[in-house]
Design a protein around this ligand. Structure first.
Ligand SMILES: [Zn+2]
Length: 257
């Protein structure tokens, strides 16, 4: 099977999508997707505990119906950090240990408070301990500062940068991410990143992992990965580079076969 028939969406919230969208993703040859945990405004640890379990027990099967393999990442997102977040750390460890989750995410920085830094640091420690990948969110403002902060936290705990995906990278942050040897997450969504920006600077983006970050709450497109592949093909980008961006890079970093 060609790699083009084997696309990976490296960051989604596809559990929010209606069946019709999942069907389109399957038809567009998206074979593997990462489901990142995220509950807007979760105030109670139980909310996230139930959410993690829902991803595992309901949504994997729901995606399977459309020929899509789901790979679960669990974590505490900066926008949904309950006051008692420390009690979630052993829960996250448990998901990794039992292989119900294969990575940690979506985690990251948003308002860049001290608490957010601590929550991120503790979760990166779990990733380091279990040698699993992490998907890190950066905000829409003060983006370079956020990337630098993520890099400094990851360095301070001696994280493997080959497993650190700094997501929502765009023209403002790509050089910082590349220089650090972290993996650039390429969320193709407005106003952040579009296929034309990737083509313009393909040498900078070719080590990245394409994703849609699709969710019902945002202006995102579940077909962002196949549409980007099509655009790159039309613009004459080498097939081997497209294969890396849309499949092989993610498979390597996330150890997806
Ligand atoms: Zn996301």
């Amino acid at each position: 099977m060609s790699v083009m028939d084997n696309l990976v969406d490296s960051h989604t919230h596809a559990y929010m999508l209606p069946k019709k969208d999942l069907e389109l993703m399957g038809l567009a040859k998206i074979v593997d997707v990462v489901l990142c945990s995220f509950v807007p405004l979760a105030k109670h640890i139980e909310t996230l505990i139930d959410h993690f379990e829902e991803l595992y027990s309901i949504h994997c099967k729901r995606l399977e119906e459309f020929g899509i393999n789901a790979h679960i990442f669990v974590g505490i997102h900066p926008r949904c950090t309950p006051p008692e977040w420390k009690k979630l750390l052993p829960v996250i460890e448990n998901y990794i240990e039992s292989s119900k989750a294969v990575g940690i995410g979506e985690v990251g920085l948003d308002s860049m408070s001290k608490t957010e830094e601590e929550v991120l640091s503790e979760q990166l420690k779990i990733a380091r301990e279990y040698d699993v990948p992490v998907i890190v969110h950066i905000p829409m403002v003060e983006r370079i500062k956020a990337v630098e902060k993520v890099i400094s936290i990851a360095k301070s705990i001696e994280m493997d940068f080959g497993k650190l995906v700094i997501d929502h990278t765009s023209s403002d942050t790509i050089d910082y991410v590349n220089d650090s040897n972290a993996v650039p997450g390429l969320s193709v969504k407005p106003p952040l990143l579009d296929p034309a920006k990737i083509v313009e600077n393909i040498d900078k983006y070719c080590g990245g992992v394409l994703n849609s970050d699709c969710a019902t709450l945002t202006d995102t497109d579940p077909l962002a990965v196949p549409k980007t592949v099509k655009y790159l093909e039309i613009k004459g980008i080498e097939k081997s580079i497209i294969e890396k961006l849309a499949s092989l890079n993610t498979r390597k970093v996330f150890r997806i076969k």
